[in-house]
Design a protein around this ligand. Structure first.
Ligand SMILES: [Zn+2]
Length: 216
């Protein structure tokens, strides 16, 4: 992998860089960038299988963002499954950015970090909380899942994105959530649909939208 060049510093556009969890199951790591800063969503592992003998866990490659970690405004964790938080104890020391999580996820992560001897401040955000990370406004919409406090992140920026793409996401349909949760607030636009994780296979469809540009 090449080191990031100036051309990969986000400008006025919104960039989506899935370093993990897109087109594969597990080890979620998504980056959203605009105006010179990035926000990371999830930092998970995946487990080895018959195709990776002797390897128990696999992590995403963080070099792209570690090389410009001063531009990383924060890490937002959507929920506490290993494929979303499992790599934090291993990779966060290379990033050292603020961490945002709901109370249950934060508590589990504190235990993991303590076991690893890592001191990292975690900002607890309430269920369905809305908070700012760098140039982004993040909304964590609570969903049902096999672990408490699973959230869907909506990330808003001043860049209007293709929010129409969200309508097909199964868990949006199934949750009974209405598009009011994902449409622009005021003059700000919805920046990102939720891709990766359970719906990683949808990434190509999302990236088919002309408003998103894939760079990794
Ligand atoms: Zn999960």
């Amino acid at each position: 992998m090449t080191e990031p060049s100036e051309s990969l510093v986000p400008g006025e556009e919104l960039l989506f860089v899935p370093l993990g969890g897109a087109g594969e199951i597990g080890m979620n790591l998504s980056l959203y960038g605009t105006r010179g800063q990035w926000v990371m969503v999830d930092l998970g592992i995946t487990f080895g299988d018959d195709t990776t003998p002797g390897i128990e866990i696999i992590m995403p490659d963080p070099r792209f963002i570690a090389a410009q970690r001063e531009r990383l405004a924060g890490l937002v964790l959507t929920h506490a499954h290993e494929d979303h938080i499992g790599a934090v104890p291993y990779l966060w020391p290379r990033l050292r950015c603020p961490i945002y999580a709901t109370p249950f996820t934060a508590e589990l992560l504190r235990g993991k970090l303590f076991e690893s001897g890592i001191e990292a401040a975690i900002t607890e955000v309430p269920l369905s909380g809305v908070f700012d990370v760098g140039p982004f406004r993040v909304e964590l919409v609570t969903l049902t899942h096999s672990i408490p406090e699973r959230t869907q992140r909506n990330i808003y920026s001043s860049i209007v994105m293709a929010h129409k793409e969200l309508a097909w996401l199964p868990h949006i349909k199934d949750s009974g959530l209405r598009p009011v949760n994902i449409l622009p607030v005021g003059h700000s636009g919805v920046a990102t649909p939720n891709i990766g994780g359970d719906h990683a296979g949808n990434v190509d469809r999302v990236l088919g939208s002309p408003e998103l540009r894939r760079i990794a």
